[in-house]
Ligand binder design. Structure first.
Ligand SMILES: *Cc1c(COP(=O)(O)O)cnc(C)c1O
Length: 394
């Protein structure tokens, strides 16, 4: 059997897959089995935050694997404690962290904190979590229900957990709060929903209002977090300090990890929550290496330079190809081109791949760009050269 047949025979068909067989990566460049190179503007959906084969990450993983990969959470885990410290310090957040293995799991943790807060801090239990339309919060039965897109909760998976309601816009959250509402969960830039950033003023006003009401603000930074928007958290960029923040994608540089951070350190007690793998030696050592690299990139100004360089190039393309694109959207290195026509996005992704460039789709009509935060100017130039070739053929 060739690889495609093997995959189709033994792997459940939950993805519409491309069958290019990648065997090696270096920075923001991938190589397939034939040795052909591809510029990676996707980073495994914002995961390979410091690119492929980063020497510091590889060294951290190899060194850790030689010592201890895993012990249970019944013992203290040094890199876990250190990573929690770095997450809090680099985001300037006075909180504590629980580690899980994915974004959805981090959000499950956030919802559990909110539910227990709702029981302990109010006379009559509050449990409802409001989320926004076009949001995305994960694929578990609870986080899929938290996702404000009806297409994500078809009846074949029902019944779904209660306690979620969807709101059309940030402005309409105020009128949607009732006597059982305990939390509002939002992304600051909707990722899967189409790279949709919210206005800082609207978010700040909401954060202040919720604080006054004692209702929790949960910010899902699974995609926006870990310097993706140019700051450690998008919350830093927006100037807000939510009650709960979740992270995952870019944190382990490709090693599975999720994190939920909260200032309400007294809500969880031993036994309330747990995870076999969450925060083990391997994933937290990887996370530490990633944060060390990114902090340096942030502090020496290279990250800022890169995102300005990327943004300038993307804006020029949006202008030049205004027959195809309505506008350029996004923040930092989480960006998109909103296509005028839904069908062109699929064509652009396919043609880009044929030219040796990986880009993604978001929402119905957005071409999404999530390059490694360590991407070089040469890789950006080459990537956009290939992108323009792909566009020219449409
Ligand atoms: C990707 C994503 C998730 C889900 O993360 P998984 O690791 O796939 O479970 C949740 N929220 C947001 C905003 C995401 O982008």
């Amino acid at each position: 059997m060739n690889l495609e047949q093997l995959d189709k025979t033994y792997v459940l068909p939950t993805y519409a897959r491309d069958y290019t067989n990648f065997v090696r990566g270096e920075g923001a460049t991938l190589f397939d089995e034939k040795g052909r190179d591809y510029i990676d503007f996707a980073s495994g959906i914002a995961v390979n935050s410091i690119g492929h084969n980063h020497p510091k990450l590889v060294e951290a993983i190899c060194n850790q694997a030689r010592n201890i990969i895993h012990i249970s959470n019944l013992q203290v885990i040094e890199p876990q404690a250190k990573l929690a410290e770095q997450i809090c310090k680099q985001s300037n957040y006075d909180g504590a962290v629980f580690f899980a293995n994915s974004g959805a799991e981090a959000n499950e943790g956030a919802i559990k904190i909110a539910r227990k807060y709702g029981e302990t801090k109010f006379e009559k239990k509050r449990y409802k979590v409001l989320t926004l339309e076009h949001s995305f919060h994960g694929r578990t039965i609870t986080t899929v229900k938290a996702t404000g897109q009806e297409s994500f909760h078809p009846t074949h998976f029902s019944p779904y957990p209660d306690g979620f309601a969807y709101v059309e816009s940030i402005e309409k959250i105020y009128e949607s709060i009732d006597e059982v509402t305990v939390a509002v969960m939002i992304e600051l830039v909707q990722g899967e929903g189409g790279i949709q950033p919210f206005e800082p003023e609207a978010v700040q006003k909401l954060a202040a209002f919720l604080k006054e009401q004692g209702i929790l603000l949960i910010v899902d930074e699974v995609q926006t977090g870990i310097y993706r928007t140019g700051e450690m958290l998008a919350c830093n960029l927006y100037g807000i300090e939510p009650d709960i923040v979740t992270m995952a994608k870019g944190l382990g540089g490709g090693v599975p990890i999720g994190a939920v951070m909260t200032k309400h350190k007294d809500i969880f007690a031993p036994g309330d929550h747990g995870s076999t793998f969450g925060g083990n030696y391997l994933s937290t050592s990887a996370g530490l290496a990633v944060l060390e690299v990114l902090q340096e990139l942030y502090e020496n100004g290279v990250l800022h330079e890169t995102l300005i360089y990327f943004e300038t190039k993307l804006k020029a393309i949006a202008n030049h190809y205004n027959n195809l694109f309505e506008k350029e959207v996004g923040l930092g290195l989480m960006r998109g081109l909103r296509a005028k026509d839904n069908d062109t996005v699929a064509k652009i992704i396919k043609k880009s791949m044929a030219e040796g460039l990986i880009v993604l789709k978001a929402g119905r009509n957005t071409v999404r760009f999530l390059p490694a935060l360590t991407i070089t100017k040469a890789e950006i130039d080459e990537g956009f050269k290939r992108f323009e070739k792909a566009l020219a053929s449409i």
